[in-house]
Write a protein that binds this ligand. Structure first.
Ligand code: HEM
Length: 223
């Protein structure tokens, strides 16, 4: 099975969610848009930074650090030219125009989402293959990836991309899966892992776990 039936058309949108453009390839931002935490088009950098900062669960200067880093990513997401950067800084990032932007690795990533924003289950199974069954702090066991396993996964993604992978992709990738592990991870230290089941929910249902949404303000629209 390669595709999932939950697409991005309003018809395929799970009840209560807002449709998300296929030109937004970021699973984390897709969940924020689908559930009304941020709009789907032009979103002020301060708003994106606030949501990511709150979702991180950090407080004080650590949260300020997350917010600054998020702004730095978002300000170049729609283009590296001075006009694009100025436009992003003053009006916001255009979340439905991220595809083909400077952050788009064109297949150098997991390939879980394709250009039509369809989810490829076989790629989720590939991700799971890099992990191990782990003791879930909430009970039972589940498949998950530690930081080292995520690193191996990202390296394999670049290798798969062959000559197409650009030199700066490893830097971009540091802000994706490792940050997702930081936010969603369960357990502590080197044993902290990213649950494959939660990754699947994020990509397929565009939903963050309740323990994360509990950190966010009530969404403005769409629930
Ligand atoms: C907490 C904040 C964020 C997390 C956890 C996160 C996580 C991720 C993950 C896991 C991927 C998938 C990579 C893959 O499939 O291999 C991704 C892709 C992407 N993200 Fe984010 N992201 C965050 C914030 C942002 C922001 C602020 C932007 C820009 C405004 C952004 C833009 C993108 C883009 C353009 C891609 C596609 C890159 C590719 O080609 O794989 N993300 N992100």
């Amino acid at each position: 099975m390669s595709d999932d039936s939950i697409g991005t058309s309003p018809r395929g949108t799970p009840t209560g969610q807002l449709p998300v453009s296929p030109n937004n390839p970021c699973p984390f931002l897709r969940a924020l848009v689908a559930n009304g935490y941020v709009g789907g088009h032009v979103v002020p950098l301060s708003q994106i930074a606030e949501m990511v900062g709150l979702a991180s669960g950090e407080t004080g200067s650590a949260q300020r650090d997350v917010r600054i880093k998020t702004r730095m990513v978002a300000v170049i997401a729609n283009g590296l030219g001075p006009f694009s950067v100025l436009k992003s800084a003053t009006s916001g990032a255009v979340l439905d125009e991220l595809r083909d932007g400077p952050l788009d690795k064109h297949g150098g990533g997991s390939r879980i989402l394709d250009v039509d924003a369809k989810v490829h289950e076989d790629e989720i199974a590939r991700l799971a293959g890099f992990g191990k069954d782990r003791q879930n702090p909430d009970g039972g066991t589940e498949r998950g990836l530690t930081a080292d396993e995520i690193d191996a996964f990202m390296k394999a993604n670049l290798k798969r991309d062959g000559d197409k992978a650009r030199w700066y992709y490893p830097m971009l990738m540091k802000g994706e899966w490792p940050v997702l592990l930081k936010i969603l991870g369960k357990g502590k230290g080197s044993e902290r892992y990213l649950s494959v089941a939660e990754v699947r929910t994020l990509f397929v249902e565009r939903r963050l776990p309740d323990r994360i949404t509990a950190r966010l303000p009530k969404p403005a629209a769409g629930r």
